[in-house]
Design a protein around this ligand. Sequence first.
Ligand SMILES: Cc1cc2nc3c(=O)[nH]c(=O)nc-3n(C[C@H](O)[C@H](O)[C@H](O)COP(=O)(O)OP(=O)(O)OC[C@H]3O[C@@H](n4cnc5c(N)ncnc54)[C@H](O)[C@@H]3O)c2cc1C
Length: 534
Amino acid sequence: MYDVVIVGGGHNGLVCAAYLARAGLKVVVLEQRPVVGGAAVTEEFAPGFRNSVAAYTISLLNPKVIRDLDLAAHGLRIVERRIANFLPLDDGRYLKVGGDRFKQEIAKFSTRDADRLDGYQADLEIAADILRDLALQTPPNVTQGNPIAALCELIKAGRLAERIRRLGLERQRELLELFTASAGDYLDGRFESAPIKAAYGFDGIVGHYASPYASGSAYVLLHHCFGEVNGRRAAWGHAIGGMGAVTQAMARAAAGHGAEIRLSTAVREVVIEKGRVSGVVTDKGDMIRGAAVASNLNPKLLCLTLIDAAVLPPGFAERMRKWRCASGTFRMNVALSELPDFTALPGRQPGEHHTAGIIIGPSLGYMEQAYFDARSTGWSRRPIIELVIPSTLDDTLAPQGRHVASLFCQHVAPVLPDGSSWDTHRETVADLMIATVDSYAPNFKRSVLARQLLTPLDLERTFGLLGGDIFHGALDLGQIFSARPMLGYADYRGPIPGLYLCGAGSHPGGGVTGAPGHNAAREILRDFRRRRRG
Ligand SMILES: Cc1cc2nc3c(=O)[nH]c(=O)nc-3n(C[C@H](O)[C@H](O)[C@H](O)COP(=O)(O)OP(=O)(O)OC[C@H]3O[C@@H](n4cnc5c(N)ncnc54)[C@H](O)[C@@H]3O)c2cc1C
């Protein structure tokens, strides 16, 4: 009999386990795959070449989680990119984002945009600061029928309102825009040149299957800005050893506090007895009893496949069926014989641009067209790609002189519009992605020694990411904060007593943040203390 059974050993399940075990609870993590980490894992995909399989770059991982779980002592080391992004352009020019010469870089395209950079970054930073404050808080929950609980939630909401009131009216307007507008409109209102808008706009469509001009995409942009690397805000970096190094460190932290981790153990059913969760049944038919069950799964996957709909509150399953999951991402890893030699910035020796997130997507219009194409034909002839070459920062991933690259390709249809299976198009689309990079760096195609491909369907099959959704549910206004995963269930407590949600489908959403796992553990511990007192 365990205190808490955690279903899924993704990074949030591991973080939750570590906090609970640290507090003295008896915890077991059940992971269906032979390795922990969920979407944050490293794998050898070709002899001698290792890379992060899905998630590939780090920023959002909460510094408190890093500290509390002592992840550095468990082997985690994060390094920063030398510049943030590099955008090779169709006309042979390029934009380097970040670094000391960032303003001069922007001024190549517009001096007015260069002058506006500080204001833009300051505005974004103020909004990102609010998200940072909120990331480790339980959102105000909408309650019914219990006046004391309602009052507590009202006080919580009041505190947040006061935090926002202190910003002043102009900042409040800014915040409203960031939470509701499109990334495209937000950026068009600030900059005039296409490359800088594309560089920032990319964050508005990452994992978000929509046009950059879709309302709400400015929030997705903001969501990618509330992290930091080694104290440097909004920076992105690389975990030495890939993302698996993050989750292996978390697993060691959890095990060090006494949590048990069982691999290759899929959960088939969450068992409910006398109106309360009593444990789970594994795919091998074993019953594992626990006073509480915390799910690291996409909430739709949990509710529609592991729980009998008849025991859920009226309307719950129906609403979960409408939970929007769609990322439209195609993920590739490639082993390279040499670094890409960009027409816009020639050179095969490692340069700072090779350490950056290399964005192929020169304008917001290009990105919008990619979405329209994917909607009508499944993928775009001119796809959006972020290429990251972590071996330029980490010599543990590839043999000396060779490299590995992650290709994070945006805007392929999660489900193909003609009804065909992704299994029949995987290689064609991979060829297209490689040809697209090759059109900017003509040695790329011939430098590819091996490749690993993940369509949206593969992401679903491998990791349980429905529709390939990297966030466990779109970050739409109707699916964030108090509405994640549903109004009334934003406090990490599920629809059945003893059931908790500790994955990215709860606040603050997707990304390798550790925040849902951290927050869920706090609420679970609160309930255990209450029950002991009662
Ligand atoms: C292609 C891709 C690229 C990404 N890039 C980045 C990035 O660069 N940076 C970033 O911060 N974020 C990135 N993300 C997002 C981030 O990886 C996810 O949002 C995050 O990993 C979610 O973590 P989680 O622990 O909540 O869930 P998951 O990582 O999804 O873990 C859930 C776990 O549950 C397990 N599971 C599922 N069903 C069962 C079952 N029935 N029984 C037992 N176990 C089960 C799964 O195997 C999995 O291990 C990316 C995601 C993807 C897919």
